[in-house]
Structures are given as C-alpha cells and as structure tokens.
Design a protein around this ligand. Sequence first.
Ligand SMILES: NC(=O)c1ccc[n+]([C@@H]2O[C@H](COP(=O)([O-])OP(=O)(O)OC[C@H]3O[C@@H](n4cnc5c(N)ncnc54)[C@H](OP(=O)(O)O)[C@@H]3O)[C@@H](O)[C@H]2O)c1
Length: 257
Amino acid sequence: MFGLIGKKLSHSFSKKYFTEKFQKLTLSPKDGYVYELFELSKIDNFNSLIKENPSLRGLNVTIPYKKEIIPFLDKLDSTAQKIGAVNTIKVENDGTKTGYNTDYIGFKNSLEIFLNIKPNSIFKEKALILGTGGAAQAVRIALEDLEINFDFVSSSINEIQNHSTYKIIPYSEIDTLGYKLIINTTPLGMYPKVDGFPPLSEKNYSKIDSTYFLYDLVYNPKETAFLKKGKSKGAKIINGLEMLHGQAEAAAKIWKI
Ligand SMILES: NC(=O)c1ccc[n+]([C@@H]2O[C@H](COP(=O)([O-])OP(=O)(O)OC[C@H]3O[C@@H](n4cnc5c(N)ncnc54)[C@H](OP(=O)(O)O)[C@@H]3O)[C@@H](O)[C@H]2O)c1
C-alpha cells in the first residue's frame, strides 16, 4: 500500500496520479498497489498509522508535515537532510523508514529544461527566490547544485540579511534588474485567490523584458497573475505542473514502481 499524509487532503493530485499509474501498469490492488489518503490531525499520530497499516511501502508527505515528519524517520537521504524537509518516505520490509525530497528532483529537472541547460554548461545569470518556506529550500539546493547564484526575497524581514553565499532581501529593497531568473515559491496567486501575486513593486515588474525567465511553483491556475505580468513583457514563463509530475515520478522510482 502507498499513500499521502497531510492535514487536509480533499484535493489530492497524488491519489489520482498513482491510481491511474497503477491501472496503466496493470498493477493490482490485490498485490498492494493502492494509494490512500491519510489525514492526520497531528503528526504524533504517524506511528499508529504505520502500526495499523503494516502493508505500507511508501508515503508522500504534504503541508504541514514536511519538516515535522523528520524525527519519526530512521534515515534521511543526503538531499532531504540538506533541505530539512521530506515529501517522500520509503518503508523497507524490516520497517526502516527513509525520507527523501523529490520536490528538489522535480524542480531541478524542469528548470534544466526551461533554461536549456546542457550537460557541462551553466546558466550564468543570477536568480531571485521569492519566499523562504519549505519549497524555497528545495529550490535553493537545486540552484546550488546547478551552480546558479541567487538571493532570497522575504516578506518577513525588514533589513537585508547577508549569508555566506546569498542575501535575504525585503521586498521594499529589491531591484529585479540584477536577476534574470525569478522564482515564485510563495502561495500568492494560487486558486481561489487568483488575483494575488508576489509584492514586488510595479517599478520592478516594469523592468522585466524578454531576457527574463519567470518560474511559478503554483500550478493552479496554469497562468498565475505573476506569470501573466512576465508574459506581457515577453519573458519566458513556466508553472509548477512539470515539477509536480516530476516529484511524483521520482517518488515512484524510489518505491521501484
Ligand atoms: N509544483 C510543485 O510541485 C510544488 C511543490 C511544493 C510546493 N508547491 C507550491 O509552492 C508554494 C509554497 O509551498 P511551501 O510548502 O513552501 O509553503 P510554505 O512553507 O508555507 O512557504 C511559503 C512561503 O511563502 C511566503 N509567503 C507566504 N504567504 C505570503 C504572503 N501573504 N505574502 C508574501 N509572502 C508570503 C513566506 O515566505 P517569507 O516569510 O519569506 O515571505 C512563506 O514561508 C505553494 O503554493 C505550493 O502549492 C508546488
């Protein structure tokens, strides 16, 4: 059995995705190829979930448990450790539970295609990551691995914070001119609040032109207000759908499906 843990799971992409995948591959529910939703009101209920479902082989993890799940696992792969968040768990036959982060893989693979990064080549421009939450950390490690320089923009600080290889900058201080790749990792613009967008100033949005690349992790709607702003200026745009499919495919590989 496989499944998803999170707090509210009524609109799950993963259940539909894996149920259809099992059907396509003619993998039978009798052999354990079912994907269930497990709503946990608190993460402390995780151990009883595992005990009550001894046939569980793999789990996805979603909001708000991607960080909180870590103390309940036996091992973390090195990328999940660097990111500090887990969205995929593999349960071994002996019960060992290992945490992975396939948001990282989904994002990195889709970015390489979007930027047309070939093996042994790099994207020389600087990137700006909007937001500093869980998904932003997966984006951070992917950019580091692709050797793309970046800074963060955060709504929760008032002055520029300098870290060893990047800065965290308040929205009021940002100048998009220096950043050709802008990545929205905030939920702003997500259905149903589709008019929302990251609060960069209109002056900053007006600097965007056809040399810019805008990536929005949001996938519903397909074209967010943020992406529309970039598209109207000729920027290249991508939404979070390829990342979403990529993270699910990477989880399937980890589970050897
Ligand atoms: N496509 C995919 O496969 C995929 C995968 C994972 C996540 N996502 C999407 O990515 C988004 C973020 O997910 P997450 O798990 O990283 O959430 P999260 O941990 O809650 O982080 C979101 C961050 O966005 C910023 N933010 C939140 N509300 C804001 C507001 N009103 N104004 C300005 N900034 C705000 C905050 O950063 P600051 O405090 O620094 O501003 C916050 O830490 C969601 O829309 C999610 O659906 C997509």
